[in-house]
Write a protein that binds this ligand. Structure first.
Ligand code: NAP
Length: 683
């Protein structure tokens, strides 16, 4: 961003950049208070924006398969990763240090990568087929299943100010994977950073038109246009969240509303983690990190430090010693470890909350006179880390109610683990808590006692410390959210998060009809036995339901003996007919793995052809014992197809075909069912 140039950070609506009416809201550099630009959304037609998304964006995205959407996200992630350097200088304007900015920028891009990889867990279709079929009839002619289709509406993301990039990317990654367009509404105060990243996304032309739009200024009134197929996600304060959640349109139209609100997270030091242990040091380090990263403006920051009463003084001293080393100032100056709050409004608010908390607890660290590095006093939104001690946390309860969204935390003592659990629960619902312990019994008791009030719990000790992502990092593959005060929402969470934007529908009918809809062969559906063996067909020539009925084989005692010799598996039920009393077997039973191996011998068409390899078995059940003298055959049916992207130009074009291996006996009863995975060349 050019120095001293006031910029108008425009909105992006209906496929073009739109300047809001009027003077707009001024945006300021958090370090020196200088004006950096204005935003305005006045005059923007939210209703038109939403209809545009529901039309242009939704129609394109819904038709794409999960694989296509995933590859699109991957491409976008690679593009933004290549451009990442340009976002750092703008991030510094919000008071963020390099590490804070890394979390926001590269954490956000990492989220795109993580979600893109999830494409492999979805079918190669625009919609998802969830779980297995349910048999609803005696003769198997009527079954049920579940499909999940993209909602036809728009995802409206209303975000908090603290992670302007991560906040946007973690959310759009998920709705785009699901096939829904989004309107992104960053908090006004740091929207300049979101806007620059958003512009790069638009300029890359990787996303189809209509997939994302941006409102930089206020979005008051947007929910007046919401309808039942839309999804609203809100991240911010509980008070705003509650107001929006009870909006008449949200209630009347039963709109899905996900809320991530403020939360009084805690970390517990267990009694075994005494001074001198690695765990004690880990605890102190984690608390200090959580207080100062992003100047404490993290929804997951540790606000309550719960420690054994006999260790309170040790913990207090150790944390204060570390906080003393927290150098504060302009994030761009070497040696600065903590930047500023996002703006002067935040400074005022956090200072008020500190005053409120100091009515019921004692400040043990906190300095009005901070030494700033590279920044001028009185201009930026700088604040000292502030540590309280509350010796009576069961009676002085402000620490469980008041969130100071800055580098502020309270130490409190407990006598027993039950008390520690109770204190952790007094936050009335948190995004995250952690316990630092090397004692697995303590870990177990704490987690089971506290889990119903926390969205995530970290058990930290020396064994995982090196690779631990820490108390404060929500991970894309795990659910982020928390009960009660934390909003009761769930975000990300791997494929769980994506399902949030899909409508689950139960479907019922004959297996042939359910096969036609799910594009997965359902047991009992019609089979096609005409034409060449499936191993003679290329990937694109195979149709779901293509079946090979194999020759038959009569199992003998020699088969069992030979297989036992070859494999070394001489389990008594295969080898000793006198040992069968009290078992379900009436004779020496054939090895299940022999049946599977023999099935392969029957269904494989051996000469070289399009099949490249067999790379595993998804599920395998031995359903009925096979004894010598019984005859088996195989119905080998193409069950599901997943196309694969080429890794590079030289890579062979191919896909995965899942085959159902149904081994049946002379009574036409299934003795074994398995799904095998083969890799098959394209033409
Ligand atoms: P906020 O004041 O509640 O604002 C959150 C968002 O709501 C902003 O984008 C704001 O836009 C928008 N907004 C407010 N009123 C609205 C309305 N009537 N219609 C539409 N949009 C409206 O929260 P904040 O100060 O930005 O964020 C700090 C809080 O967020 C803290 O309490 C923190 O704990 C919480 N937080 C929670 C999480 C989590 O994952 N749980 C993550 C980050 C932060 P304007 O900026 O234009 O007003």
């Amino acid at each position: 961003m050019e120095k001293n140039k006031i910029k108008n950070f425009e909105n992006y609506a209906f496929g073009r950049w739109v300047k809001g009416d009027g003077d707009g809201t001024s945006l300021y550099n958090a370090i020196n208070g200088e004006k950096i630009g204005v935003v305005s959304s006045d005059g923007l037609d939210f209703s038109k924006m939403m209809n545009y998304a529901r039309g242009t964006g939704s129609e394109v995205l819904r038709k794409m398969t999960f694989q296509e959407r995933g590859l699109m996200l991957k491409k976008l992630a690679l593009h933004l990763h290549a451009k990442k350097k340009q976002f750092y200088p703008i991030s510094y304007l919000s008071g963020a240090t390099k590490i804070d900015s890394w979390i926001d920028i590269e954490g956000g891009i990492g989220n795109l990568f993580a979600n893109a990889s999830l494409r492999r867990q979805f079918p190669d279709l625009p919609y998802h087929v969830e779980g297995n079929a349910a048999n609803l009839s005696k003769n198997g002619t009527f079954i049920g299943h579940h499909i999940m289709v993209p909602k036809h509406g728009v995802a409206v993301h209303i975000n908090a100010f603290n992670f302007p990039i991560w906040g946007m990317l973690e959310k759009i990654a998920v709705n785009l994977m699901a096939g829904m367009p989004a309107i992104v509404k960053p908090a006004t105060i740091t929207s300049y950073l979101t806007q620059v990243m958003f512009k790069e996304i638009i300029d890359s032309k990787i996303l189809p038109e209509g997939c994302i739009q941006l409102i930089c200024g206020s979005a008051r009134g947007i929910l007046d246009n919401i309808s039942s197929e839309d999804v609203v996600t809100f991240t911010g304060s509980a008070s705003t969240g509650k107001k929006l959640k009870s909006h008449p349109k949200i209630v009347d139209e039963a709109v899905s509303f996900n809320m991530e609100a403020d939360s009084l997270n805690c970390s517990v030091l267990a009694k075994d983690a005494v001074p001198g242990t690695v765990e004690f040091d880990l605890f102190v380090k984690e608390v200090q990190k959580e207080m100062t990263v992003k100047a404490g403006q993290k929804c997951t920051a540790i606000r309550r430090i719960i420690v054994p009463e006999e260790l309170l003084e040790d913990v207090n001293k150790a944390i204060c010693n570390r906080l003393l080393k927290t150098t504060i100032g302009d994030p761009q100056v070497d040696g600065v470890r903590m930047g500023s709050l996002a703006g002067l409004e935040q400074l005022k608010e956090v200072s008020e909350k500190i005053n409120l908390l100091s009515n019921s607890q004692e400040i043990v660290f906190g300095n009005n006179e901070i030494d700033l590095i590279g920044a001028e006093k009185g201009k930026g939104a700088f604040i000292s880390p502030t540590l309280f001690v509350n010796k009576n946390p069961f009676t002085n309860t402000d620490c469980h109610d008041v969130e100071a969204f800055g580098p502020v935390s309270t130490i409190m003592p407990y006598k027993t683990l039950d008390e520690a659990i109770e204190l952790s629960r007094m936050g009335k619902g948190s995004l995250v808590s952690s316990i630092v312990t090397n004692d697995m019994n303590t870990a177990n008791l704490f987690v089971l006692g506290a889990a119903n009030m926390h969205g995530r719990i970290l058990v930290l000790n020396e064994s995982c410390a090196k690779e631990s992502t820490g108390h404060g990092s929500p991970m894309p593959l795990l659910t982020h959210g928390g009960p009660g005060r934390a909003g009761g929402g769930e975000e990300m969470g791997g494929i769980r998060g994506i399902k949030h934007y899909l409508q689950r529908t139960a479907i019922q009918g004959h297996p042939t009809a359910i096969t036609a809809i799910t594009k997965q062969y359902q047991v009992g559906a019609s089979q096609n036995t005409d034409g060449p063996h499936v191993f003679r067909k290329h990937f694109e020539e195979i149709e779901i339901g293509d079946t090979v009925i194999t020759d038959l084989h009569t199992v003998t005692l020699d088969d069992i003996e030979n297989f036992a010799d070859l494999s070394g598996d001489k389990f008594y039920a295969h080898m000793d007919e006198n040992s069968l009393e009290g078992t379900i077997f009436t004779e020496r039973v054939a090895h299940g793995y022999f049946i599977l191996s023999k099935a392969a011998g029957l269904f494989v068409d051996p000469s070289k052809g399009p099949v490249l390899l067999n790379y595993g078995i998804d599920e395998c059940r031995f359903i009925k014992p096979v004894y010598p003298g019984m005859t088996i055959g195989v119905k080998f049916t193409a069950k599901e197809k997943i196309s694969q992207e080429k890794k590079n130009e030289e890579d062979v074009a191919k896909g995965i075909v899942k085959f159902l291996v149904d081994v049946y006996d002379d009574e036409n009863e299934t003795v074994m069912l398995a799904t095998i995975l083969t890799m098959i060349k394209n033409k």
